[in-house]
Design a protein around this ligand. Structure first.
Ligand code: NAP
Length: 250
């Protein structure tokens, strides 16, 4: 039986593509009305066309921190509540450590970390009034072990794991659970092209993934649905690897 009530409202940032789109599809299939936020209107509209009336696209640039309270207010005005927040939107720059500029570093931190904080703070204010909610951050393997050439991304995702625990201890007594998912190597158009162009890296990925194959966005969506609803009602403060064993592979 569906453990989610029909009238639950979710926000999935970056829900117009990749992992966020798979999470949105799963939520809508399970009867959760889902607001997706992104900068690219075409992506958002394509998702809306595919997913139908329970998908609500909202254009917004989360790196513009000052715009976030208004985005959240728009959602509250329309739906009256927010039950689930998935902080999925993220960016990455691959570059040698010494070549990364201050601006590039800050840009990644701003989108992947500071915007997640501001979004969570604004949504939490409403969840506190409701006395319930589930917040899920999308972290990364880059927070579990050292990866070269992704310094800002690694810093941002490691901070997300710390923020998950800090938010969980403060908010769980008030009915809001906070967890993170750490996807391993997930097949998307981008990872596919990157790995096929770099056989050595591809070999490394597979050699330390005990299950021997890459995951799909749907694997992350299943975990997000589990963490969003009552099936995980006694789980808070965890960073759940969904990675075919990559984080413990030797
Ligand atoms: P993706 O397809 O590039 O999706 C990123 C999403 O974030 C896009 O929908 C993008 O929408 C949105 N976004 C980026 N900057 C934004 C901004 N300033 N404001 C609003 N939306 C913004 O990448 P993905 O692979 O699905 O990644 C999703 C999450 O999973 C990220 O947090 C990533 O770090 C994490 N992750 C992915 C993998 C993997 O193997 N794919 C592994 C570990 C972790 P717009 O461009 O329309 O703004």
């Amino acid at each position: 039986m569906n453990k989610h009530k029909k009238d639950k409202i979710a926000i999935v940032t970056g829900g117009g593509s990749g992992i966020g789109l798979a999470i949105t599809e799963k939520f809508i299939r399970e009867g959760i009305t889902t607001v997706i936020i992104g900068r690219d209107e075409k992506n958002l509209n394509r998702a809306k066309e595919k997913l139908g009336e329970h998908c609500y696209p909202l254009r917004g640039d989360l790196s513009d921190l000052a715009s976030i309270p208004e985005l959240v207010n728009t959602i509250i005005k329309q739906f009256g509540r927010i039950d689930i927040l998935v902080n999925n939107a993220g960016i990455n720059h691959k570059k040698d450590f010494t070549e990364v500029t201050d601006e590039e570093f800050q840009q990644v931190i701003n989108t992947n970390l500071t915007a997640v904080f501001v979004m969570s703070r604004e949504v939490t204010r409403h969840m506190l009034l409701q006395g319930s909610g589930s917040i899920i951050h999308i972290s990364s393997m880059a927070a579990q072990y050292g990866l070269p050439k992704v310094i800002a991304y690694s810093a941002s995702k490691t901070a997300i794991d710390g923020m998950t625990r800090a938010m969980a201890v403060e908010l769980s007594p008030k009915g809001i659970r906070v967890n993170a998912i750490a996807p391993g190597f997930i097949v998307t158009a981008m990872t596919d092209a990157a790995l096929n162009a770099d056989p050595e890296r591809k070999n490394k990925v597979f050699s330390r993934t005990p299950m021997g194959y890459m995951g799909t966005p749907d694997d992350i969506a299943e975990a997000a649905f589990f963490l969003a609803g009552d099936s995980s009602k006694y789980i808070t403060g965890v960073v759940l690897p969904v990675d075919g064993g990559n984080s413990i592979g030797f």
